[in-house]
Write a protein that binds this ligand. Sequence first.
Ligand code: HEC
Ligand code: HEC
Ligand code: HEC
Ligand code: HEC
Ligand code: HEC
Length: 196
Amino acid sequence: MGARAGVGALGVVLLAILVFLAVSSWSRQPAVAKASIQPINFPHNTHVQTYKLDCQYCHSDARRSEYAGLPSVTRCLGCHKITAADRPEIKKLGEYLAKGEPIPWVRVNKLPEFTYFPHKAHLRAKLTCQECHGAVETMTTFAAETGRTLTNDLLNLVGLRPAARPLTMGWCVDCHRRQNATAGMHAPLDCVTCHH
Ligand code: HEC
Ligand code: HEC
Ligand code: HEC
Ligand code: HEC
Ligand code: HEC
């Protein structure tokens, strides 16, 4: 009886270890495009699809600088002083304004410091945001759809969702080669333009 209970307990421990390993490998995040916990649960889909806001209304530095930029609290409050002002996520906007602090958004796409990526040149070449960032207009939380969860992996497996962009050097160079060959572009292939 005692021995059987011991074997049973061992079985439970082994099973627990297996489950832990399975869960931890599923939840291992890729370097890029992981679902982040944002300070405010900002839905891209509502703003872009339902209310037809242009990407550059909020990411307005993209066409003139290296960065795309994020909107200020005041820009959000331009609408939300009135719109949905009673909702908990919207009340946080007023709190950041009162504290005089920017919203501490968690950065998702980040290249290493030794690289140079200018948004401006890519918009001038008429690339769409979606070509590099995917269908942002469908996302309730940016990149959450492409995060490593069992459901997302299964959906990716059957081809229902495009895989997340890896933002690797190979990805940059492949597109540069392709654009130069097919669209008459002069996208750099030399090391120093992207590394300085
Ligand atoms: C109403 C303002 C607003 C509009 C419109 C908007 N965004 Fe955003 N975007 C945000 C905010 C706020 C964040 C930061 C929170 C987050 O990541 O969800 C963000 C985050 C992002 C990020 C991730 C930034 C990072 O940390 O790497 C990308 C990429 C992005 N937006 C692209 C787009 C694209 C493409 C469109 C148009 C289809 C768009 N956005 C429209 C406000 C907006
Ligand atoms: C041009 C107007 C406009 C701007 C600018 C705007 N929003 Fe919105 N936002 C809306 C509308 C309209 C809704 C839908 C409200 C509803 O469900 O009735 C909404 C919904 C939301 C919601 C969901 C609220 C909920 O809990 O149901 C959040 C969160 C939000 N916005 C945050 C932001 C943030 C953060 C910014 C700035 C980065 C921003 N919004 C900029 C118009 C705007
Ligand atoms: C050619 C690919 C490409 C295109 C096109 C592109 N992006 Fe990006 N985006 C990137 C990469 C790569 C990063 C990471 C840059 C870094 O870490 O230096 C990034 C970062 C961002 C960020 C977070 C950091 C920042 O720059 O503020 C936002 C927001 C963003 N992109 C929005 C947009 C929007 C909106 C558009 C369209 C107007 C757009 N991007 C077009 C590749 C692209
Ligand atoms: C979807 C295609 C695409 C991807 C992905 C892409 N690029 Fe580009 N890139 C272009 C095109 C097109 C140009 C413009 C060439 C021209 O103007 O003739 C360009 C231009 C550039 C330039 C030159 C800027 C200037 O001022 O002339 C740099 C630097 C650059 N890209 C870096 C990167 C880096 C780093 C990445 C990866 C993180 C990247 N690109 C990903 C298409 C792409
Ligand atoms: C079009 C832009 C672009 C060009 C051209 C380019 N790189 Fe990169 N490189 C990147 C980006 C973006 C990264 C960071 C992402 C990554 O590690 O894949 C990177 C990463 C690297 C790394 C670090 C790799 C690692 O695993 O940490 C080295 C080393 C490197 N590049 C060397 C070179 C050399 C040498 C050349 C010229 C033959 C070159 N690169 C040309 C964009 C570029």
